[in-house]
Design a protein. Structure first.
Length: 371
């Protein structure tokens, strides 16, 4: 088996630069950045390392081929040329899913069917069998067809990488772990940082900040789809887990402080922090934003209530006014606030040093940065 593989990691729009830094740090090479994804080169170990260590990637895909197709025969021929036998055994299930946008081949069910048929024909010819029982663990085939360009992938992650394993429960408006990790990176949280979240909810931002500061690999406590593939040596997962654990920095002086007006959110944050193994680094209390005072040399990172989801818009705007009175506007009191409100700065009472467009789920937001 050739050592080099082309891998691809989708990410939240707006976090490409953060993910690029992460991939470079773990040894990915030949990076190609596009909207919402980064492709790069690595070996088999990189599959395990990327899954275990990347905090802002949504999943790790093996990129098999890219070609143009405007006819179904083009799609069939292109897919049939792929060396599926390198990863799919005689007993593996190999389901197909994907999407098509702005392309001649716009029927997703038909594309799925043709890709499946082409994969079956390829594997039939390689294995000399006429039927596949697909009883072994799945090797998920994914496709994207964008402006007639077909890309075929294998998904090595399975469940999305935002599922770290520590957040079995969440409040009614959680921020996704991968987005929280990206904001933590943009806030330049370090080993000695002191981080506050006055709207801690289920604790995601503080937990991701603690894991970043202590260099705890975000995927260390979960399993990935490709661990069950016979085509990959199981030793790579053991090696990469050991290396990742060896890199943890328990000497970091990081401290996190969380507050929420809802006492059930306080309990939820503490429970999730316990599951993540960083509860001793956090102090969580029930408190209203009006009583908060930001200390010097600290970073506030928060996802305050949105009018669209938890409170009436006027209530949210009143909270933004209160935040403007109690949060730092820069200097030695930094603040990083994600909000969908287009007049956030007006209510907060200060123009941000920098803004970055991000999506929290399907909601278009801005990250307002005061430093």
């Amino acid at each position: 088996m050739s050592d080099k593989l082309r891998l691809c990691c989708p990410c939240h729009f707006g976090l490409e630069s953060v993910l690029k830094y992460e991939i470079t740090k773990i040894g990915g090479t030949d990076l190609k950045v596009s909207n919402g994804k980064i492709s790069f080169t690595g070996n088999e170990n990189m599959i395990a390392r990327a899954n275990i260590c990347l905090s802002t990637a949504e999943r790790v895909l093996i990129e098999l081929i890219e070609f143009r197709a405007t006819e179904f025969s083009d799609l069939f021929d292109g897919v049939r040329s792929i060396e599926f036998e390198r990863f799919i055994g005689t007993d593996n299930a190999f389901p197909v899913k994907g999407y098509s946008l702005d392309s001649a081949l716009h029927s997703v069910p038909t594309c799925q069917s043709i890709i499946k048929k082409a994969a079956v024909e390829r594997l039939k010819s390689k294995y000399g069998v006429s039927w596949f029982k697909e009883s072994a663990p799945p090797v998920q085939i994914q496709f994207s067809i964008l402006k007639d360009i077909v890309t075929i992938y294998l998904d090595t992650s399975g469940i999305g990488l935002h599922k770290r394993g520590y957040r079995k429960n969440s409040n009614s408006a959680p921020i996704k772990e991968t987005l929280a990790a990206g904001i933590v990176d943009l806030a330049r949280v370090r080993a000695d940082s002191i981080v506050f979240d006055p709207f801690c909810g289920s604790g995601t931002i503080l937990i991701e900040a603690a894991m970043k500061a202590l260099k705890i690999p975000v995927g260390i406590n979960r399993r990935f789809a490709a661990e069950q593939w016979q085509s990959l040596n199981s030793k790579i997962w053991q090696e990469e887990r050991k290396n990742a654990i060896d890199g943890v920095d328990r000497s970091a002086s990081f401290q996190g402080f969380g507050f929420d007006i809802d006492d059930s959110a306080v309990a939820l944050t503490l429970d999730n922090a316990h599951k993540a193994g960083i509860k001793s680094r956090l102090k969580i209390e029930q408190a209203d934003i009006a009583k908060f005072r930001q200390p010097d040399d600290s970073i506030v990172i928060c996802n305050p209530p949105y009018g669209e989801r938890l409170l009436e818009l006027r209530e949210a705007e009143n909270i933004y006014r209160q935040m403007g009175r109690v949060l730092g506007h820069g200097g030695n009191k930094q603040s990083y606030i994600i909000s969908p409100h287009e007049q956030f700065e007006q209510f907060f009472g200060a123009e941000s040093k920098r803004r970055r467009k991000l999506y929290n789920g399907m909601i278009k937001c801005q990250l307002y940065m005061y430093f």
